[in-house]
Ligand binder design. Structure first.
Ligand SMILES: *Cc1c(COP(=O)(O)O)cnc(C)c1O
Length: 426
């Protein structure tokens, strides 16, 4: 039923359909555990023979309802919540990679994800080759090896604001028999549904627009159910061969389109435990209820701010896919026709020092380590989120030393622009 409903209706209603006498609002099931009548009933749950709740580290009804809403919004087959965007991206990769494997990733990605891939996954024996996402398919293909298990990119690179050519990436991934994983945090399913362009798995930092109010850190993974793991069975034995830790059950045979998410829940959540708290899932759901109203306003405001900055004599450069002179305008029109997001980046004439001075003079826009909030905020990635990267890595990640990342909120555009104006004048 939910498939036929439009995005706004899904934002408000998907995931929780109360029966007679049940609460209208999604309840917070603040319980670690669930009661059964017989030992036999519980045993069946442990064997994955029956589905049902037994321990919140594995599944919780509040979390499942919110995961179902996000899955419906993305048009996916199955989804799950995680404790953060970091754990979502980690699980998305680790669910199909182990020591000795390799992935290919766009270089212009969020600093935390870059670190996860370049440093932490490497320690686990999983290597990453970073590529320029704007290179030709032939060029990107050269990075693939026989042990490559996934291709990864961000719909809108944070903070370089590069739009991903999803179709190109999907074709490259599929020609090498691996899934394309897209981090759709910045566009959200309101502005882009990567599955419609061939992506196989989508990840989110729900901390950003989905929550939208800067109240809780969280993540989500959604599987399209479209990647044929059995067709590349030798590459993905974790999904296609019996799991000894689950009585010899084979995920693709037992769960079909739910195989990938069931494995991530049954193995990774069981063993690593990065769950979202039910209370946070409740708050996330409140955010989702207005996502379809907030995204257009973020985009409308960001477009006005981008045009203002673009025309300002003190501004050296602006990156926003909504600007006609932007490098990613054409890709933006294709994949994000209703707008990209509220995030843009720019630099001041005078470079790094001028940019920092400008930020310190802002009043309405706050300096915070956050983005995609209802409140306008700014950050200087080279000094903040990407601080741990070397000059060389900064350039590879598309972070200029003078880059200011501005996350335009849903206040009145006139007031946001007036604040920028006064800070530029000082
Ligand atoms: C913030 C962010 C992450 C990390 O998410 P957390 O919820 O902070 O762990 C991952 N990807 C993108 C694109 C992000 O903006």
């Amino acid at each position: 039923m939910e498939k036929k409903l439009k995005q706004g209706t899904l934002c408000v209603q998907a995931g929780w359909t109360p029966k007679k006498g049940e609460p209208r609002v999604l309840p917070i099931i603040q319980s670690t555990t669930f009661k059964y009548d017989t030992s036999e009933q519980m045993a069946k749950l442990f064997d994955l023979e029956e589905s049902g709740y037994f321990y919140t580290r594995l599944q919780n009804p509040t979390n499942d309802a919110v995961a179902a809403k996000i899955t419906a919004l993305e048009g996916g087959a199955a989804g799950m919540l995680t404790s953060s965007g970091q754990s979502a991206n980690f699980y998305a990769i680790f669910n199909i990679c182990s020591s000795g494997d390799h992935i290919v990733s766009a270089a212009a990605i969020y600093g935390g994800t870059y670190n996860l891939f370049a440093v932490t996954l490497k320690k686990l024996g999983i290597e990453t080759t970073f590529i320029d996402q704007d290179a030709s398919a032939d060029e990107i293909s050269k990075a693939f090896r026989p042990n490559t298990k996934a291709l990864f990119g961000e719909i809108i690179g944070n903070p370089g604001i590069a739009v991903l050519d999803i179709e190109k990436f999907a074709n490259i991934a599929h020609s090498h028999g691996v899934p394309l994983i897209v981090d759709n945090t910045f566009a959200t399913p309101i502005n882009c549904r990567p599955f419609e362009w061939g992506a196989d798995i989508v990840t989110h930092s729900t901390t950003k627009y989905m929550d939208g109010h800067a109240t809780n850190v969280g993540g989500a993974i959604v599987d399209s159910g479209n990647f044929d793991w059995d067709n590349y069975a030798d590459k993905f034995p974790g999904l296609t061969e019996p799991d000894e830790s689950y009585h010899g059950l084979t995920y693709t045979k037992a769960f079909g389109k739910g195989a990938y998410i069931t494995k991530a829940t049954a193995q990774l959540m069981r063993d690593l435990g990065a769950i979202q708290a039910p209370h946070n899932a409740f708050l996330l759901n409140m955010g989702l209820e207005t996502l379809h109203l907030r995204m257009p306003r973020h985009c409308e405001n960001a477009q006005k701010v981008a045009e203002y900055l673009d025309a300002h004599p003190k501004i050296a450069w602006v990156k926003y896919p909504g600007l006609k002179n932007d490098k990613y305008y054409t890709l933006g029109q294709k994949y994000l026709p209703h707008g990209s997001c509220g995030v843009l980046s720019f630099g001041l004439k005078g470079g790094r020092d001028e940019s920092i001075k400008f930020m310190d003079n802002l009043k309405l826009a706050a300096i915070v380590t956050h983005v995609a909030d209802a409140r306008t905020c700014v950050l200087h990635p080279a000094s903040h989120t990407h601080r741990q990267l070397s000059e060389e890595q900064l350039i590879e990640a598309g972070v200029a030393p003078d880059l200011i990342r501005l996350s335009v909120g849903i206040e009145d555009a006139e007031d946001i622009i007036a604040d920028i104006e006064q800070a530029l004048t000082k």
